[in-house]
Ligand binder design. Structure first.
Ligand SMILES: [Zn+2]
Length: 352
């Protein structure tokens, strides 16, 4: 009996490994058949109810039969609650209600992850800002385009998180997707604040802070305390540009390098190489969503809001499926001898 269970487990495990690439973050455990957030007795009952069926959700390894292998796979995942994923808002502030909307929309993606959007009413760039809480540090990506009390908003979020998590303090690390003005304008509000470190803007400052010794080819881990992010140099839009992969949520923060809008490329060859490197990373790591720092496309494929427009009715969602990177790299490859502006459904390649 024990050996047959072990064989079944081994078989299930190898199947799971085979099915692993390209991986998705486990927002919901595959064995959570009724979607109640945990693998438990009700899912076991679900497997037994479908025993000997040819397919269906209880056929966890997809071999066309609900059998002992699926049972073993479910037992191996007993108690699994899936990854710490989260959700995006129904609606981001889009500049169409300046009297009613806040200057900064604060969206709680999950318990430990916040996405902020600066209002289009305050600056047409309307950048997105990210806060990732670990046990010891909270990593902030970008400080906005200026003209907003970003530090007040962020320290309020931190204070509430500390209360919710029964903690006294946490260190705030203010980093940046890249050094352009619409992502760093709020830095001065954080300089000299307690428990706060503002990362410098140059390539060498970014490298030395995260411990990158071989820019831009080296990918390094940065630990926030029980929450590791991967820092990936991706110069091309701007020299000190990085992507951040959050293992806890499967979010890949791509700054101005990939988002639903105009992908401005200052060095085509650097950008092309960076996007190829990112594509390689995405194939071998569990990415749920690519999220950048602007939205400039409407939800009509190929339709952009004009540069400088302060209203974005019917915006494209912030998040992009990871496969977008394949479309981008193919597009770059096809034009590498003749870089030019090219409109795709969800982004615009924009060498300049
Ligand atoms: Zn920007």
């Amino acid at each position: 009996m024990i050996s047959s269970i072990r064989m079944a487990l081994t078989a299930a495990f190898s199947v799971a490994l085979l099915a692993g690439a390209p991986a998705h973050a486990a927002c919901e455990s595959p064995a959570d058949l009724n979607g109640d957030g945990v693998v438990n007795g009700s899912d076991l009952a679900g497997i037994l109810a479908q025993w000997n069926n040819n397919s269906g959700p209880a056929d966890l390894n997809g071999d066309g039969a609900v059998n002992g292998i699926d049972l073993a796979a479910l037992l191996a995942l007993w108690g699994d609650t899936g990854g710490a994923c989260g959700s995006f808002p129904e609606h981001w502030i889009d500049g169409t209600n300046c009297g009613g909307d806040p200057a900064i929309q604060i969206h709680q993606f999950n318990d430990d992850t916040f996405i902020l959007r600066q209002s289009l009413c305050t600056n047409f760039e309307a950048p997105f800002i990210y806060l990732l809480f670990g046990e010891d540090k909270v990593l902030m990506e970008d400080t906005g385009a200026g003209g907003i009390a970003i530090a007040n908003a962020v320290y309020d979020v931190i204070d509430q998180w500390l209360i919710d998590n029964d903690k006294e303090t946490i260190d705030l690390i203010v980093g940046h997707s890249h050094a352009h003005g619409d992502h760093v304008a709020g830095d001065s509000q954080f300089n000299g604040q307690p428990n706060t470190t503002v990362v410098g803007l140059s390539t060498s400052a970014v490298s030395s802070f995260f411990g990158i010794t071989s820019w831009p080819t080296q990918i390094v881990e940065y630990d926030l305390g029980d929450r590791i992010v991967d820092v990936i140099p991706i110069p091309g839009h701007q020299a000190a540009h990085i992507a951040i992969h959050d293992r806890a949520t499967g979010l890949l923060l791509t700054g101005d390098s990939i988002y639903p809008g105009r992908l401005y490329i200052s060095s085509f060859s650097q950008y092309f190489t960076s996007m190829q490197r990112l594509q390689t990373f995405v194939v071998s790591n569990p990415i749920e969503w690519i999220v950048g720092t602007h939205v400039e496309m409407s939800n009509v494929p190929g339709q952009q809001f004009q540069l400088g427009s302060t209203q974005h009715p019917n915006e494209h969602p912030l998040e992009l499926a990871p496969a977008i990177l394949d479309e981008l790299v193919s597009g770059l490859e096809a034009m590498q001898n003749n870089p030019h502006i090219e409109v795709h459904d969800e982004f615009v390649i924009y060498p300049f």
